[in-house]
Design a binder for this molecule. Structure first.
Ligand code: NAP
Length: 259
């Protein structure tokens, strides 16, 4: 196996994950692509091979199932793939009121947005720490900055990602492993089809392009930044949460999110 740096991207079959995979491949990384849709992953791998001459490995799997996350980790070991850069990008949301949704969907969201991210981080950050270097990028959201009625669980999973990432970054500050958290606002991807958020008021703010968000996040990762909030409007909204009375903030967020 060639002596290349290796990056693993979850949710690499489309949206932001595809953009991260392109940036990493263009930078000379060997890329490990993970998502459920095998044929979409194979298309991404062919694109990266033909455009950048990149070595790309596909691991189609459903990361919302903890046993699949363990299998993936075992496969990486048996395939001799040591990860230098981990992009925990796979995630989904589902707009609507908490009790109107089946618990199976809530569990799937928690397992993907939080459990898979945490398990992969634990296993791969351990290896990175032993090597004395590594990069981790976790995808949170501007939803992380305030409770969001009608998007309650999604926002809570992203608050988890933000809090966990910033604390872990501090714990690892002398290890050579850098942790960065990205907080995009609305971004034009298939996320909004699955989340059913296209009719929410928040969409009137407009959406950023996934390639722009991914490039900003990747730049922040390489620069070893703690956190990046994408776009000036999102930066203002994220900041405004800290000085707006909590009740007002929650009611306003509900107005922005309700179907
Ligand atoms: N788009 C936005 O407005 C926005 C804003 C803030 C934060 N984010 C966050 O950014 C990240 C990327 O979102 P995106 O906008 O790129 O969404 P997207 O276009 O829907 O892409 C999501 C990716 O995750 C994969 N995925 C979904 N469920 C999976 C599962 N159970 N196991 C493995 N892979 C799975 C999908 O591939 P398969 O379907 O092939 O599995 C796809 O590659 C997410 O964490 C999201 O919460 C997005």
């Amino acid at each position: 196996m060639k002596n290349l740096k290796t990056a693993l991207v979850t949710g690499a079959s489309g949206g932001l994950g595809l953009e991260f995979a392109r940036l990493l491949a263009a930078d000379g990384y060997r890329v490990v692509l993970v998502a459920r849709n095998e044929s979409a992953l194979r298309d991404v791998a062919s694109e990266l091979q033909s455009l950048y001459g990149a070595e790309a490995h596909c691991y189609p799997t459903d990361l919302s199932k903890p046993e699949n996350v363990e299998t993936l980790l075992q496969q990486l070991t048996s395939d001799n793939l040591s990860i230098d850069c981990l992009i925990n990008n796979a995630g989904f949301g589902d707009a609507g009121y908490f009790l109107d949704k089946p618990f199976s969907m809530h569990r799937e969201m928690m397992m993907l947005n939080m459990f898979a991210l945490t398990r992969l981080t634990h296993a791969l950050a351990m290896e990175m720490k032993a090597k004395g270097h590594g990069y981790i990028l976790n995808l949170a959201s501007t939803a992380a900055f305030q409770p969001a009625p009608a998007f309650a669980l999604y926002a809570a999973t992203k608050s988890f990602v933000l809090s966990f990432s910033e604390a872990l970054r501090y714990e690892l500050r002398q290890s050579g492993v850098s942790v960065t958290v990205s907080c995009p606002g609305p971004t034009e991807t298939a996320f909004h089809d699955r989340a059913a958020t296209r009719t929410s008021k928040i969409m009137q703010m407009g959406m950023m392009k996934p390639e722009v968000v991914a490039e900003q996040a990747y730049k922040a990762l390489k620069a070893g930044k703690r956190r990046v909030v994408h776009g000036w409007l999102n930066k203002i909204l994220a900041m405004s949460g800290s000085f707006t009375p909590r009740d007002v903030l929650i009611a306003t967020t509900h107005k922005m999110m309700k179907p």
